[in-house]
Structures are given as C-alpha cells and as structure tokens.
Ligand binder design. Sequence first.
Ligand SMILES: [Zn+2]
Ligand SMILES: [Zn+2]
Length: 142
Amino acid sequence: MATAADFERMLRGQGLRVTRPRVAVLSAVHAHAHADTDSIIGVVRGELGEVSHQAVYDVLRALTVAGLVRRIEPAGSVARYEARVGDNHHHVVCRSCGAIADVDCAVGHAPCLTPSDSSGFEVDEAEVTYWGRCPTCSETAK
Ligand SMILES: [Zn+2]
Ligand SMILES: [Zn+2]
C-alpha cells in the first residue's frame, strides 16, 4: 500500500507541486479503482473536510494530464479514474449495474489488437470495452 510519502514522490516526479488535495485525490484513486468523481469527492472530504467539487475536478484533470491517473469513460457511464496507468489494459463493464473490472491486454503488448487495416496510421493504443453481466447480476437473474 502506497503511503503519503509515495504520493508526494509521484507528484514531484511529474513536476507537480505537492498540495494536500492532490495527495488526497491521488490516494483516493489508488484505494478505489474505477471510482467516479462523486465517490472520489466523498473520500477526499472524509479526509480533508470541506473541499469544493471544482477543486477535486481540477486536481483530477492535472493528475490525468500528468499521467498519474487514467480517465476512462465507458459509453453511458460517467468518467471513472484509476491509478493503473501505462499498461494499455482494457475493461469489462456490467450492463446491469455498471460494475467495472480490469482486463489485461487481449494478446501480448500494446496495442494488443492489430487492426486488419490501419489506413497508414501508426497505432500505439487500443481501447476495448467488453460488455456483459457481472457475477452478482448474472446470479440474481437466474
Ligand atoms: Zn452487475
Ligand atoms: Zn482499469
């Protein structure tokens, strides 16, 4: 489990000034994979007290631009954030409850899905969303 000192090091490593909201948001994203903005705000408020929505949005944007967190947005879902960055993994999303889980690269290394024709583009990333039902939802549907 990463500590506050680790998060401060990550921020500095990306040239970001260390602030309490930045450390709190980064730590919340590490602790709650695929959390949406509202849940992150809840966690950060639990730790720091009153923090504005805007402040948390701003920090999330800065962390995303710096590559410390990854923003995903499956169709029909609000934006989610995760700390697992840089490995081009994919996601499986439950159609019923919206639960999200990680799926490793489909085959081999990024982009892991070679297009049959890339129209001359140099492809370095593939973003795949698998849709289905999570174990809980498929169980209750029986
Ligand atoms: Zn589900
Ligand atoms: Zn993920």
